[in-house]
Structure formats: C-alpha cells, structure tokens
Design a protein around this ligand. Structure first.
Ligand SMILES: Cc1cc2nc3c(=O)[nH]c(=O)nc-3n(C[C@H](O)[C@H](O)[C@H](O)COP(=O)(O)O)c2cc1C
Length: 351
C-alpha cells in the first residue's frame, strides 16, 4: 500500500466518526427541541386550545402575549385599539392555563397588563366595550386575581436625570436600573461612545478566551433604519433609534461538535455586557431578537457585509434618552420560581 493511500484511509477513518458525531449531535438538538419546545404552536397562531403539553409551555405563551401588550404601551404613541387579536388569544390561553394547571404569577402579570390596556384605550376613547367585558370576566373565573392589587405590570415613568443617577450609586441600583428603552431623543450617538461600549464589553469572558463575538456598528439614523428594516420586533419605535449594533459570534472559532451552541453563549454573554456598557455610558438601548429564517439571515448578511461564518445573535437598538420617558415594567418571577435549591446529595459522575 502506498503512503498516500495509507494517509487517505487514515483521513477517512478519522473523518467519518467526526462527521457522524456532528450529525448525531445535530439530531440530538433537533430531537430535544422538538420534544420540549412547543414549536408546533405557530401553526395554530399561538392559540393553545388544549394542544400544548406542559404548564411551562402554556405559561410561556401567556407571558409572551402579556409582554407584547405591555411593551406596546411603552412606545411613544401606541395605536388606539391596537392588538385586539392578541388580547383575545391571551385571554383564552390564560383561562386554559388556570383550568388545566391552576394559578401562577404569569396570570397576575397578564391580567394587570390587560387592565392597563383597558385604561389606555379608555383614555384614547378607543375601547371596545365587548372586549372590556371579556377582559373583566377573567377575574370571575380566576378568582385569585380579585385579591391582588394589579400593579404587576404597566409602565414606569422616568426623568433622564433619575434614570442614570440611581445607577451610579451602587451596583444593585445599576442592575435594577436598566430597562429596555423604546423611546429615544433626537441627539446623535457619537462613534466614540459606541466604541467605548464595545471596548468595555470586550472584557466578557468567552470559551478559551477565543472571543468569537463581534460587534457590527451601524451608526446614525440612516444606517440604523436600513438594518432595522430586516428585524421584526421594532415596530412603533424603530424610527427613533439612532444607531444599531448587531452582535455576532464567528463559527470559525469553534472546532468540536460539542461546541455547536457555544456561539450563542459567547455571543449572548457579550451582548449583555454591551448593554450594561451602554447603560453605564448614559445611553438607552433595547435588545432586538434575531430569531429569523435562513432567507432573512442571509439577506442581512449579503446587504451589510457580515460574513456568513458569523451567527447573528441579536441587534441592539441604541439612542440617547429623552428628558422624560416610559419603560415597560417587565416584572421578574418571584424567588421560588427563579431558582431551585437541590437539597439531596447527588451521585458523582462516573463518565
Ligand atoms: C434576545 C432578546 C431579544 C429581544 N427582542 C426584542 C424585540 O425584538 N423587540 C423588543 O421590543 N424587545 C425585545 N427584547 C426586549 C425584552 O422584551 C426585554 O428585555 C424583557 O422584557 C425584559 O425587560 P427589560 O430589558 O426592560 O429588563 C428582547 C430581549 C432579548 C434578551
């Protein structure tokens, strides 16, 4: 056997198991996602109608719709009478949750959001009375709601001065004082500030310090508007955004099938640091999802020059704060839902 044939056989002997390992692990991800997510709900327009399997899945549908309404109320000019289909779907999913799984904190948040929705539309004289009745009837079925003060959702009003003054005092205030900002002033954001934020965020840890993350800066309204035209979650406030940073992670930095999700972790950690950096510099920002189909992903990459080897993690909309503005409360889960303390001893690994 010649040396070159030997090396070809050796290559394939190594290559085939490596290839199969990748294939097996992708199938594993696919299978787990299929099994644990409620991915098929999109076929039914996110209306469960008894279809979702678990409390967590239904709770997530309730939370997502409640948030849709809460954040729509936090933009500068919400459209009077907006979101009727979402309100109706939310109501049905809430009642289904209660009857199948009992009460939980998401129902409180959802209901208090719906009451804020009624208040807003009353002020705008755009309230459909039948819809109001449908909403108020929820309390007749979910009786626990009657005992609550309905302050779990809504808006918090800030002055620019207070928003940042609290953050400077100590870290607790810094963390608790960051909100997703969806109202921005006309003031331009300088490249120096954006780069300063990128530099601060570069302190983010990453696997083996490989720093797969990358920030693509789209400075100025014109570029911001163009890049936002590819993103699906900025309706109602995108036009106020001054600049956008698109956070990516480069798959070229990973070399093992077990790292197939690492880009999302390194990139996600980096994105959070970047948002805290922007917050520390006195800017407002809002994370924007990049949960898109391959066609949209490729279209943005082709239009903007982002290499196809990069996974787009998310966009961050950035701008200066207005003197006074509103943010969605986005209340967090209570401690008993936030963490689980493992009490019993666990068997040490023998792998
Ligand atoms: C990855 C990611 C994607 C998001 N996408 C959007 C979006 O497309 N549009 C939007 O208005 N908000 C978006 N948000 C903002 C969330 O709604 C917000 O972070 C959440 O409600 C918590 O509120 P807070 O940031 O004010 O603490 C996104 C947040 C994250 C982390």
């Amino acid at each position: 056997m010649t040396a070159s044939l030997k090396s070809t056989i050796k290559f394939y002997l190594n290559f085939v198991p490596t290839y199969l390992a990748l294939y097996r692990q992708v199938l594993y991800d696919w299978h787990r996602f299929k099994k644990y997510s409620s991915y098929s709900m999109s076929i039914f327009f996110l209306q469960s109608n008894g279809r979702v399997k678990t409390a967590e899945q239904l709770s997530a549908l309730v939370q997502a719709d409640a948030h849709k309404i809460e954040k729509a109320l936090a933009i500068t000019n919400p459209r009077p009478g907006f979101g009727v289909a979402v309100v109706k779907r939310l109501r049905k999913n809430m009642l289904e949750y209660y009857h199948r799984f009992n009460f939980n904190s998401r129902l409180e948040i959802a209901y208090s959001t719906l009451l804020k929705y009624i208040d807003f539309n009353k002020k705008q004289q755009s309230l459909d009375e039948d819809l109001e009745q449908l909403i108020l009837q929820i309390e007749e079925e979910i009786t626990e709601l009657k005992m609550l003060d309905h302050k779990a959702a809504g808006l918090i009003e800030f002055s620019k001065k207070d928003y940042h003054q609290n953050s400077k005092k100590d870290l607790e205030n810094f963390f608790m004082g960051r909100y997703s900002i969806r109202q921005f002033s006309d003031e331009e954001v300088s490249m120096a500030l954006l780069k300063k934020a990128v530099q601060l965020a570069a302190k983010t840890p990453s696997v083996c310090n490989r720093q797969s993350y990358h920030a693509f800066i789209f400075q100025g309204r014109e570029k911001a508007q163009s890049v936002l035209s590819y993103q699906l979650g900025n309706r109602g406030f995108g036009e106020q955004v001054d600049s956008v940073i698109t956070v990516t992670a480069d798959l070229s930095c990973f070399f093992s099938a077990t790292e197939r999700n690492q880009a999302w972790i390194d990139g996600g950690l980096y994105a959070m640091s970047l948002m805290y950096a922007l917050h520390s510099l006195g800017l407002g920002c809002c994370p924007l999802n990049w949960s898109v189909e391959p066609k949209r992903d490729c279209a943005l990459k082709d239009a903007s020059g982002i290499s196809h080897s990069h996974s787009i993690i998310m966009m961050i909309a950035i701008g200066h704060l207005q003197d006074n503005f509103k943010v969605a409360k986005s209340k967090r889960k209570p401690m008993n839902e936030l963490c689980t303390v493992i009490e019993s001893p666990i068997k040490a690994s023998s792998l």
